[in-house]
Design a protein around this ligand. Structure first.
Ligand SMILES: Cc1ncc(COP(=O)(O)O)c(C=O)c1O
Length: 430
């Protein structure tokens, strides 16, 4: 490693002084970090975010929604009207719970998915589902407590839970989602070891990254197992309404108002830039959850709450959602078709019924992380599977996102990736 002293020939004097100062300050302040700060990591998705936007590259990495079909000019006029006519409210601090009208509309959105009769008083508007995950970990978990989650699971949740020094323990899935018998077995083993399990974090519909959905007939059993063991279910459902065909599956919260904290989000059904989601919290848990939300953000943005309220009242959001479901189905079909055409024998993948992702499995013994660099050189980006597991073990999986890329680019991206996988398989055999 080159030290600032060794590099002094190469650097102008003022740069050297700035560098020395930065090194000195870092050394003086290093001891001030909390123990938990060492657990705060950059997500692998963020790692490749800057690379993904390089011109010419096909990004099958980020789980961004398709926004081009939003009525942007109309929304612009709506935003202008909100500020011109209601600016003193829109640009002022608001209530910590979020605006009442939006909380009422959120009840309509949830009813469309099968959660009937929710009370707006049990909802807190959050800065996206991400901040609600943070609040849940903060409110319920002490260092060393256990959160159970699917294997694989959402990288942002893993990063949040680990930042609270929680021990994340995974439960295996099959093609129908979490395996209830495995859940029961793992809970039993942890309890025998004297561990305290606080939450089951689950993405039951179109799991990120696997695209797998928890079967309807397993949902109640999973809640019952958790209830019997005094474990809260943290149900994260940003993709539930993005089922390609048919009706959405009833969320686990639908018939379990006392045992499930339900997290919704406008990021995938409208736009992530509004940074708004919600938590529907059991009444007996609500106060502390809400106070913790308020302690982080004071209040969710009144301006974007008013924009979303207008979107839900003055626009055909249901029609837009329907159009998005068709668009994502078309893209998913393009990806599945290209995988079947291009990928070598020995590679398998999931067939999602909705959401944004396909999960690809290579033969045992291949680590997909180093393949990312070869892929970038070939003009395509994916997320290596290791990002979606709390273990530091290499992974033979990878995530492909089809949501934000045209069918033509999806096919091109898969074409660029296929020879890289073929070489990896050949090397692995040798
Ligand atoms: C499962 C899951 N939860 C939460 C989030 C973050 O959602 P939000 O934008 O509402 O914070 C994502 C984003 O990709 C996600 O996939």
């Amino acid at each position: 490693m080159t030290t600032s002293r060794e590099s002094s020939d190469l650097l102008p004097a003022e740069t050297e002084t700035a560098l020395d100062r930065a090194i000195d300050s870092a050394a003086r302040h290093e001891g001030l970090f909390s123990l938990r700060a060492a657990n705060i990591k950059q997500s692998a998705v963020r790692d490749v975010f800057d690379i993904s936007i390089r011109p010419g590259l096909v990004s099958l990495a980020g789980g961004s929604p398709y926004l081009k079909s939003l009525p942007l000019e109309d929304l612009g006029r709506t935003a202008q009207r909100i500020i011109a006519e209601h600016g003193l409210e829109a640009l002022q601090y608001g209530g910590g719970q979020g605006m009442e009208e939006l909380r009422r509309l959120v009840c309509d959105v949830m009813a469309a998915e099968g959660i009937e009769g929710a009370n707006p008083e049990d909802i807190v508007i959050t800065t996206g589902s991400q901040s609600a995950q943070d609040v849940a970990a903060k409110v319920f978990c002490n260092p060393g407590d256990v959160i159970l989650c699917e294997d694989p699971t959402y990288v942002g949740a893993l990063n949040t839970f680990e930042a609270y020094e929680v021990d994340v323990v995974t439960v295996p899935m099959d093609e129908n989602g979490l395996i209830p018998d495995e859940l029961e077995r793992i809970i039993g083993e942890l309890q025998e070891q004297g561990r305290t399990i606080k939450l089951l974090y689950t993405i039951p519909s179109f799991n990120n990254p696997s695209g797998i959905t928890l079967a309807a007939d397993r949902r109640q059993r999973v809640v019952d197992i958790c209830r019997d063991n005094t474990i809260l279910v943290l149900e994260d459902n940003p993709y539930g309404m993005l089922r390609f065909d048919g009706e959405p599956l009833e969320p686990m919260r639908a018939h379990n108002p006392d045992d499930v904290i339900y997290l919704g989000s406008f990021s995938k059904i409208f736009a992530p830039g509004v940074r708004l989601g919600w938590a529907l919290v059991p009444k007996h848990l609500y106060r502390r959850f809400y106070l913790a939300c308020e302690a982080v953000v004071l209040c969710p943005s009144p301006l974007t709450q008013m924009l979303v309220t207008a979107y839900l009242t003055d626009y055909d959001w249901r029609g837009h959602l329907q159009a998005m479901r068709s668009l994502y189905r078309e893209r998913c079909d393009a990806m599945l078709g290209a995988l079947a055409e291009e990928f070598p024998d020995g590679v398998h993948w999931t067939t999602p019924d909705g959401g944004f992702f396909v999960w690809v499995t290579l033969p045992e013994g291949i680590d997909t992380y180093p393949l990312l660099y070869t892929a970038i050189d070939a003009g395509v980006v994916f997320i290596p599977g290791a990002a979606f597991s709390p273990s530091d073990e290499p992974s033979n999986k990878l995530r492909l996102a089809f949501s934000a890329v045209s069918p033509e680019d999806i096919v091109e991206g898969v074409r660029r990736l296929a020879p890289i996988l073929r070489s990896a398989i050949e090397e692995n055999r040798a």
